[in-house]
Ligand binder design. Structure first.
Ligand code: PMT
Length: 402
């Protein structure tokens, strides 16, 4: 499987080096791997590449270097810092590398780098003497220690006529190396089953009981687990989201269907993550034909559905079990009670009912709770949050199995 950048937001920072002329191609290569790209130009970079070209290939307005009332009233520096999954600086001149080391916040791009929690990647591009200068060497070492990803440089003919190391990597290689960096390998060789979406409890052939789960959180977790190297089975209730690549998908409708699909191969799984919003009750019977509007009142009798997560967690040979707890109030205490009652290893307490996080929203925020510890994972888009969560799940799984 070749790593890609699907559902990744790349903020491309362009500094003032001659290799900036290659950045429209870089934007395209990032896009071809699935990334959404926005561009921030540093001071003077506009002398090497036209903002209009970058706007055309990225499909977004280009952000200019100065922080003005205008730029801050649109997507300001904090919004951009939060939007990005990765800030990629390409080309990264010796100057901007030094300013990153200093933590300067003297223009939009450097301010974003100080303000972001996203990873930062740099693709150095400079004259070979500048590259070999001890100051540059030491700056790069500092950045690497801070877990900044250094992509390249390449070696060969340079724009200044010299030959040596310091050329920016080709756009295709930058894009691929960036994609590779999201593939952590933390769950290589592990089998992960995830439930996602709502269930549909039929009343008759055209009506049923369901909820607002879009499936996005579960699908994002499936993608993050694939990126971490796992073999993923996604058991999904009815959703409108395209299936993530490289995972086996079992489409189901009702809670009973979901229970059956899970139990069929649960004995082969290392990790089970219950993200689905499973209906707790279903109609006692589903009518064969459309129910007619005759009586003024009607009563629907419901019967309890099996609890899929609790059943998995009580198996003799059970996988590592992670649940979600969607709550509108007393979120942590209800979640903790579910962790204990269902005998889970971890539970993600999910505040729902507002408009910003939870059911059907692009973003989410959770508190991850185990029997002895809890950690808040703040609001982020569901794909970014899923990567954070998979990293934590892999670490807890490792600890339990050693
Ligand atoms: O799909 P999205 O729009 O992206 O929204 C994501 C989400 C809000 C649905 C998700 O983040 C979430 O919180 N999922 C759990 C929803 C839920 O129904 O929680 P619960 O508290 O009712 O259930 C607790 C746990 O038991 C869950 O892991 C659930 O999957 C599981 N369960 C519940 C009932 C049941 N019969 N079987 C189960 O397996």
């Amino acid at each position: 499987m070749t790593p890609d950048l699907k559902n990744k937001r790349v903020l491309l920072g362009i500094s003032a080096g001659i290799a900036a002329y290659k950045t429209p191609d870089l934007v395209r290569k990032l896009g071809e791997l699935g990334a959404e790209v926005q561009v921030v130009m540093s001071k003077n970079s506009e002398q090497f590449v036209a903002p209009l070209a970058l706007q055309a290939v990225s499909g977004h307005d280009v952000h200019h270097y100065a922080m003005t009332a205008d730029s801050e009233s649109g997507m300001g520096h904090i919004d951009l810092a939060r939007w990005a999954d990765v800030v990629l600086i390409a080309p990264a001149t010796a100057n901007i590398i030094a300013r990153l080391v200093q933590g300067n916040a003297d223009e939009l791009l450097t301010t974003i780098c100080v303000a972001t929690e996203a990873r930062i990647a740099v693709a150095p591009a400079m004259n070979q003497q500048m590259w070999q200068n001890p100051a540059t060497e030491s700056n790069l070492t500092t950045l690497a220690q801070r877990e900044v990803l250094i992509l390249g440089p390449d070696s060969g003919d340079q724009a200044c006529g010299e030959v040596g190391p310091g050329r920016m990597l080709q756009p295709v290689d930058i894009a691929q190396q960036l994609a590779n960096s999201f593939h952590t390998g933390q769950l290589t060789g592990k089998k992960v089953m995830i439930t996602a979406g709502p269930t549909w409890e039929a009343l008759d052939p055209v009506r049923g009981i369901t909820n607002h789960s879009s499936g996005l959180m579960g699908y994002a977790l499936a993608q993050a687990a694939v990126e971490a190297g796992a073999e993923v089975t996604l058991v999904s209730g009815p959703t409108h989201i395209p299936s993530p690549d490289h995972c086996a998908i079992k489409n189901v409708k009702s809670a009973l269907d979901m229970h059956e699909a899970v139990m069929q191969s649960i004995d082969q799984q290392d990790i089970f993550i219950g993200v689905a919003a499973v209906a707790d009750y279903r109609p006692v019977a589903s009518a064969d034909q459309k129910i007619k509007k005759n009586a003024d009142e009607m009563t629907i009798s419901l019967v309890k559905n099996p609890d899929i997560l609790a059943d998995v967690a009580s198996l003799e040979k059970r996988p590592f079990c992670v649940g979600f707890a969607a709550e509108t109030n007393d979120v942590e205490s209800y979640a903790r009670a579910k962790l204990e009652r269902k005998k889970l290893d971890l539970i993600a307490a999910n505040h729902v009912g507002g408009t910003e996080t939870g059911f059907g929203t692009p973003d989410n925020a959770i508190t991850l709770i185990s029997s002895e510890h809890s950690e808040a994972l703040p609001k982020a888009n569901k794909y970014a949050l899923a990567r954070e969560l998979v990293e934590r799940i892999a670490t807890h799984f490792e600890q339990k199995n050693h």
